[in-house]
Structure formats: structure tokens, C-alpha cells
Ligand binder design. Structure first.
Ligand code: AGP
Length: 616
């Protein structure tokens, strides 16, 4: 996510804004900028790269210390490379307004076409610049800037936080949010707006948490909040924040990992934003328009490491059943040395959160040597994978700070699901109306997951304490649940250091069952999907040998479904396959998180782990 800080007060604005940007730098960024108004003009200074370059540019500019109002932005590029032109703030064509933005305006292409027809031209590739000129256009027929801002925001679809300054109101800052964080800080003779409390916590602990659809206008001595739908004034509570800086960076969560697990609804929204046709008729992946092999691959081979490999395992059956494309999944460190036989009509998909994993990049090189097309699925704009793959699709999960990957996997699964739908649509794999129903269900998932997470966390605590009492754990599942079992075992290993193995449930009778004893816990991922009956009988093999079982399954009204064969039952919130996986995944993440916390482990920096394994 990008970082935003705005100030209006009695002090010089630029030092406060630059300091705020420094406090936001932990979120990760690839360009930064600042805008301030003085002598009747809005001055915008921005640069790709790090904050130091921005500080130098500001220092060299004309009297940056005169302004007492302005805003700053650190950009984590989701689309549009990190360069000078795409960096924020953006200045409207006529210089009337400056805007910074966090998130995605889904319908910016439609708005851009309208403005282009009115003679507007655009310097950048960003959706931000389009919205900015829409505000300027509306200002011509509005009584004030607030109304112009409101009209533009009501037009904008997507998830975003916006902060606007106006040349004609040198002491005012306007801001609003929709499915993206934004808070206001209330000082004495000064006020703040930011995407993150940490940016102004050293100046004031009095905070207003803005709600969806709030528009706030701040000046040095006032703040007013309005509802976007009708500009009716809104009364907001001013809260006193006790957090220290580090806690504030974690948004009040104890660890970055917990924050990132709880960001998964937002991650899903970002992954789906602009990628589902407004009438639910299909999947929009403009990145795939480049070449025929992307639209109709003869077969797909997914290559990755660790959690990203588990994403591929999870999606492979969907790519075959929904997409109609043969799909295999390989570990990059094996693939790179085995001289694979790749066909010309084969699309090699490389999945990597960091885009810097050595084995995955080496696999890309092998694909290229075999003259095969490559598609990268990556979370970091400008990373090696993003630059070297033939085509890249960004997962837009925002910076993942905790070393163990959580929200990135959620975004990878979401994108792979969209890819399976995209290919299936082009191969006529869906019955009439079926895809529309699936897309509507997918689009409703983020809100549903958001409601379930707090209870999942509460429930996880008890199961985690029981799990932490074992030294050996099996994770068992069939089909997609086997891939989730792999991820569940990986999370438990890397966070709590408990030995955990994942197996296809049907494999138990081929040897591993020799290990079953009262000291060996089996965690059975057994939702009521097409695999339930077979998985149930596999788990009975464990029960018959007195192996303790934790069953992760759904509640059922079916009288034949008994609950007398496991020690513990953890119920998955109701959903349809494959969307159940997006509920089961955070349960596994929270189980390992709570077990590691209970055992006193370093959750965000587990021993021996690196966030990006850039060596073989
Ligand atoms: C994630 O929890 C693991 N720490 C690790 O397996 C990671 O997924 C793997 O190293 C791949 O990283 P990447 O997605 O950045 O390529």
C-alpha cells in the first residue's frame, strides 16, 4: 500500500511532511513526492527511488519552508512503473489541484476517455491523474471544491484513499476513503491526515478514524467531516491513542503477521479490483491481451518455491477443471536442473511474492532457453521477475513485512482462480450463467471473510495451545485441501518450529500411518466438498490407531455426519468450493500464529528464515 501524510497548521509544512514520509517508509515504496502551496502556486516535487533523493530535491527548491500546508506520498507501485511521471502527487492540467492516492480506481479508463474527448491530455499511466482532472472538470460547474471532489468520488469505482489540495485554498486539505485506510490527527493550531497513524503520532495522539464514505476538510484550526453521498455533516469521535510507534506501524496488531492475515479481505478486493467485468460477464485481464499463447495456452507449467509453490499446487486442479488447460506444478530448485521437455505451446507461470527468489528466476531462464513463453505472478513492481518475465501480472497485495508469507498466498490464489476462469471462458467451459454466479460469489468473499476473521482468531487460540503440546503433527487433505495441508504444515514448521508433515490423505495407508500414535497429532482438513467421504475414511484409519485428531470441517445438518471420531472440531464458515479455501487458509495461518505466540517464538522474524531467498 502507499503512504500518505497531509498537514495544515502554523508550522512549516515540508519538514513535517518529510518526517511523516520517513515514518511511513517501513511499508515499502519505490517513489515519493510532496506538494505544497505558496505564492499562489502549487509546487510538486517528486522522484523515483528513496526519500533521501526527495529531501535533496526539496532542499534545492525555492523557499520550501514558507508553506504551512501540503501533503506527501510514498508510492508502492501496483501498475505503472515507478518513475518520475507516475510518482505522486499529481498536478491537474491547469495547476488548480494536487492529488495523492492509495488504491485502485477501477473505472479510470472510462473516465479517461470522457476527459480526452473534452481535450484533456495525460502525462502519466496512472488512474490518479485521471481522477484529478475529473475533479478539475467538475469544479467548473460546482459551487466549491468540496462539491467537485464529492462528484468525482461518487463516480470513482474501486478501493482508494484520496487527499486533495487546492491552489485557491492554500490552507485547506480534502480527503476521503473507500476500502482503504485513512485517519486524521487533531492538533493545536494544526491538523493532519494520513494513511497511517505513525506518520503524525509524534505531533498528536488525538485521532479521528474516518469511516467509509467520509470526506474530511482540514485547516489549521478546523476540521469538518461530511458524508460523501449528500455532504451532510458527520460527527466523529476524537480518540486518544496510547500506542507507541512500533505498535502503530502494526495498526495496533501485536505482530505484522497478524495484521497481514487480517488484511486478506483488502488483498482480495485489490486482487479482484478492475478484473471482473461490471456486469459479472467475465474476467478482465488486459495483461493477457499481448499474445495468443496467453489467451489459449496448450498447457501450463507452474514453477515456484515454498508458499508460492503451494499456491500453484492449490490452483492446478482449477486450471484443469475450470480452465480446460493441462497443468503441472514444479519446485523451482528441481525444475532448473532437470532439463525439462517444454513444448512451444506451453506457458510457464512463475509465482513469486518477492520476485527475487533465485531458484524461481533460474527457472525463468530455463523457460527462456527452451523458447517458452513466461508469465510472472508477482507482488513487487520492478522486481527481477517483473522485469524479466515475458508478461507480468501483479498480485497487488501491498508490502508483506512478516517473513512468513500469508496475504501474498491469498492474492496468488485469487489471481490463479481468475486465470482459470479467464481460460475457461475462452474455452466455453462454463454453462450459461455459471461464470456470472461464480464471479458474484467471488466478489462477495472479501466482506464475508472480513466478518469471520475475528471469531477465527478467538477460536484459534484454544486449538493452538493443544497443537503446541505436540512435537509431531500431520496435516492431511485431499484435492485442493492437500495443497492447503502443505501450507498449514509449512506455517507451523516455520513459525513454531514444531515438526509438521503434510500428506495427501489417501497416502496414509502407503506408509506414513506407521507413525500414528497418541503423541502424533493429525490435523485433518476435511470440508464437505467432493473429497469428504474418501478423506473421512482415511482419517478413520488414524482414529483406529488412537491417533489424536483435530478435524477442520464445516457444521452439517446431515444426521449421517457424526462428530465422535476426532478430539477437536474446528468449524469452517459455510462457503462453496473452491471459495472455502479462502476461509480455511486464514484458519491455518492463525493456528500457527497462535501456536508460535504461545510458545514465545519470534513470529515476524522466525529463526533461519529470509523474506526473499536470493541464493540457491
Ligand atoms: C513463506 O512463508 C516462506 N517463508 C517461503 O517459502 C517463501 O514462500 C519462498 O521463499 C518463496 O518466496 P517468493 O514467493 O518471494 O518467491
Amino acid at each position: 500500500m502507499c503512504g500518505i501524510i497531509a498537514y495544515s497548521g502554523h508550522q512549516a509544512a515540508t519538514p513535517i511532511i518529510l518526517d511523516g514520509l520517513r515514518r511511513l517508509a517501513y511499508r515499502g515504496y519505490d517513489s515519493a513526492g510532496i506538494a505544497f502551496t505558496q505564492r499562489g502556486e502549487i509546487h510538486v516535487i517528486k522522484t523515483p527511488g528513496k526519500l533521501e533523493a526527495l529531501v535533496d530535491k526539496v532542499a534545492a527548491s525555492d523557499n520550501p519552508m514558507l508553506a504551512t500546508c501540503g501533503m506527501g506520498h510514498t508510492r508502492w507501485a501496483t501498475h505503472g512503473v515507478p518513475n518520475q511521471v507516475n510518482a505522486h502527487p499529481h498536478l491537474s492540467s491547469g495547476g488548480e489541484f494536487a492529488l495523492v492516492h492509495n488504491g485502485i480506481i477501477e473505472n479510470y479508463r472510462e473516465i479517461k476517455a470522457e476527459l480526452t474527448a473534452k481535450g484533456y491530455t495525460f502525462l502519466s499511466e496512472t488512474d490518479t491523474e485521471v481522477l484529478l482532472d475529473l475533479i478539475a472538470e467538475y469544479r467548473k460547474s460546482s459551487p466549491d471544491t468540496l462539491t467537485a471532489f464529492q462528484r468525482a468520488v461518487l463516480r470513482a469505482d474501486g478501493a482508494y484513499a484520496l487527499v486533495l489540495t487546492s491552489r485557491d485554498e492554500p490552507e485547506a486539505v480534502y480527503a476521503t476513503r473507500k476500502n482503504a485506510p485513512l485517519v486524521a490527527g487533531v492538533g493545536v493550531g494544526e491538523n493532519f491526515v494520513s494513511s497511517d497513524i505513525t506518520a503524525f503520532l509524534s505531533h498528536t495522539r488525538k485521532v479521528i478514524f474516518l469511516d467509509e464514505g467520509d470526506i474530511i476538510r482540514i485547516t489549521p484550526d478546523t476540521y469538518q467531516v461530511f458524508r460523501v453521498e449528500d455532504l451532510a455533516p458527520a460527527t466523529k469521535a476524537v480518540q486518544h491513542i496510547e500506542w507507541d510507534i512500533q505498535s502503530a506501524r502494526k495498526g495496533g496488531y501485536k505482530h505484522f503477521m497478524l495484521k497481514e492475515i487480517f488484511e486478506q479481505p483488502l488483498v482480495l478486493r485489490s486482487a479482484l479490483a478492475g478484473r471482473i467485468a461490471p456486469d459479472w460477464s467475465g474476467v478482465l485481464l488486459p495483461e493477457m491481451n499481448e499474445r495468443e499463447i496467453l489467451r489459449r495456452p496448450g498447457r501450463v507449467r507452474i514453477v515456484a518455491c515454498g508458499t508460492s509453490y503451494n499456491a500453484g499446487l492449490w490452483a492446478s486442479s482449477l486450471i484443469e477443471t475450470w480452465g480446460g488447460v493441462p497443468c503441472s506444478v514444479e519446485i523451482a530448485s528441481e525444475f532448473r536442473y532437470r532439463k525439462p521437455l517444454l513444448e512451444r505451446d506451453e506457458l510457464v507461470i512463475l509465482i513469486s511474492q518477492s520476485g527475487e527468489t533465485a531458484d524461481t528466476l533460474a527457472a525463468l531462464k530455463v523457460a527462456r532457453e527452451c523458447d517458452c513463453s513466461s508469465l510472472g505472478l508477482c507482488n513487487v513492481v520492478g522486481s527481477s521477475l517483473a522485469r524479466e518475465a515475458d508478461t507480468i501480472i501483479y498480485t497487488q497485495a501491498g508490502p508483506e513485512i512478516s517473513v512468513a508469507s500469508t496475504k501474498a498466498l491469498c492474492s496468488q490464489m485469487a489471481l490463479l482462480t481468475l486465470l482459470a476462469m479467464y481460460w475457461g471462458e475462452r474455452r466455453g467451459r462454463f454453462a450459461a450463467g455459471e461464470l456470472k454466479t461464480l464471479l458474484a460469489e467471488f466478489a462477495a468473499l472479501p466482506d464475508y471473510l472480513e466478518k469471520q476473521l475475528p471469531q477465527m482468531l478467538e477460536e484459534a487460540k484454544g486449538f493452538a495451545v493443544r497443537t503446541a503440546s505436540f512435537h509431531n503433527v500431520f496435516f492431511l487433505g485431499r484435492g485442493r485441501n492437500c495443497a492447503l495441508a502443505m501450507e498449514g504444515a509449512l506455517k507451523l514448521k516455520e513459525l513454531s518450529y514444531i515438526h509438521a508433515e503434510a500428506y495427501a490423505a489417501g497416502e496414509m495407508k502407503h506408509g506414513p500411518i506407521a507413525l500414528i500414535n497418541p503423541d502424533f497429532l493429525t490435523i485433518a482438513l476435511i470440508p464437505h466438498d467432493g473429497h469428504y467421504a474418501k478423506a473421512y475414511s482415511n482419517i478413520q484409519e488414524v482414529a483406529a490407531r488412537s491417533g489424536p485428531i483435530m478435524a477442520i470441517t464445516e457444521k452439517s445438518d446431515d444426521p449421517s455426519v457424526t462428530l465422535d471420531w476426532a478430539e477437536m472440531y474446528w468449524h469452517i464458515p459455510a462457503a462453496n468450493d473452491p471459495f472455502t479455501s479462502f476461509l480455511l487458509l486464514p484458519m491455518l495461518q492463525l493456528l500457527s500464529y497462535e501456536a508460535a505466540t504461545y510458545l514465545g517464538k519470534d513470529v515476524d522474524q522466525p529463526r533461519n528464515l529470509a523474506k526473499s531467498v536470493t541464493v540457491e
